[in-house]
Design a protein around this ligand. Structure first.
Ligand code: SF4
Length: 373
């Protein structure tokens, strides 16, 4: 049976390179020199290999900007739980594209999907969408003036027209081959995501010449479906295939998936600092059984969820990160001290972030029109 990715599942990836090759995703490293040539410094996640793959980033984004095109970046958040450090990884990318490349940002609150696939009550999905997702994005630094936030169920006729058009250009067998599941809620959710990805190109939504979609690799099925549908709508509506980038998924504190449904192993941006500290102090590390053994053999940062937090979020300086890596490997740094250092940084971040949240929540409610039911 062909290998499949499940956008609604709990993917744990051991070998990203293999996955990249299986699904025909290009290595992101190949576009970094082109990004520099175009005058843009790569982001922290690009430099550190957290962004490991892309489709058409050079063609749609770099070539688009070079030729004077208007490029947008779009992502969606399903309002089914609290905003955590996995979501922050996507937020940081949006902020980078907005500030460094000057891209217009679209953020879909996937309330249709939350209701259909996760059975989240409508009012709850709306509240989570505004107070968790939009508010945290703003508090992290996304500029609301250059961002369009919307709820899927409130997006208007041309967007819905795209869903109908897409539904006529794909067969049940193809959907099954991509998703492995034909539950009506999932089919409708997948086609709605096609409209999310493509609609910024319509005149009614700005007529952007290209759209970039940064995702975790588990979301690639939606990109493959969208690209096929673009080709099949040729002659009906003028659209170009979206570009996409793929990031490695940050692990939860036990080494499993970081997810709202696993609160003990996930740090939320609204966790009271002491709660976050307790979770971090219990985190799985790559340390040895005893201090003596660790001094002798060194730790394994690649196996350590505390090191993940440094790598993805807590240490912006590359040299400092390299020093932590070396000291861990050599045994000069022991896990107790290392965790205390991580906790200090984490708490500092959370306190600063949470001090901005209340105001960001008020702003967030003024930025979107909540669906009426
Ligand atoms: S020393 Fe730090 S980075 Fe190394 S395994 Fe221990 S907690 Fe992880």
């Amino acid at each position: 049976m062909a290998e499949r990715l499940d956008p609604w599942g709990t993917l744990e990836v051991k070998d990203y390179d293999r996955l990249r090759r299986v699904f025909g995703i290009r290595p992101f490293q190949e576009v970094i020199p082109k990004l520099r040539e175009a005058g843009f410094e790569p982001s922290l996640h690009m430099r550190r290999g957290i962004l490991f793959g892309h489709r058409d980033f050079d063609k749609v984004v770099l070539e688009g900007l070079r030729s004077g095109g208007r490029v947008a970046v779009l992502t969606g958040f399903m309002p089914s739980g609290r905003f955590h450090f996995g979501h922050k990884l996507t937020a940081d990318q949006l902020i980078y594209y907005q500030r460094t490349l000057g891209l217009k940002v679209f953020v879909a609150i996937a309330d249709a999907e939350a209701f259909a696939v996760r059975r989240i009550p409508r009012r709850e999905a709306v509240r989570i969408g505004v107070e968790e997702y939009i508010a945290n994005l703003i508090a992290l630094g996304l500029d609301p003036d250059e961002t369009e936030f919307y709820f899927q169920t409130n997006r208007g006729a041309p967007y819905y027209r795209l869903i109908q058009l897409a539904s006529g250009r794909v067969t049940a067998a193809e959907m099954e081959a991509i998703y492995g599941d034909l539950a009506p809620a999932k089919v409708v959710s997948a086609l709605t995501q096609v409209a999310d990805i493509l609609h910024p190109q319509l005149e009614e939504y700005g007529g952007y010449t290209g759209v970039l979609v940064p995702v975790g690799v588990d979301q690639d099925p939606h990109l493959r479906l969208t690209r096929d549908i673009v080709d099949r709508l040729s002659g009906v509506v003028r659209l170009t295939r979206p570009a996409s980038t793929y990031h490695k998924l940050i692990r939860g504190l036990d080494g499993g998936k970081m997810s709202s449904s696993r609160p003990d192993y996930t740090i939320f941006l609204t966790d009271p600092p002491e709660v976050a500290r307790r979770k971090l102090m219990r985190a799985l590390t790559g340390g040895r059984a005893t201090a003596e053994e660790q001094r002798r053999l060194g730790g394994v940062p690649e196996a350590c969820t505390v090191y993940d937090l440094y790598l993805y979020h807590l240490v912006p300086d590359d040299e400092e990160l390299a020093r932590i890596y070396r000291d861990c490997r050599s045994g000069a740094l022991l896990c107790g001290e290392c965790k205390r250092m991580a906790a200090e940084r984490l708490l500092e971040f959370l306190e600063a972030h949470q001090s901005k949240l209340e105001e960001a929540r008020e702003t967030a409610w003024s930025l979107v029109e909540p669906p009426s039911f």
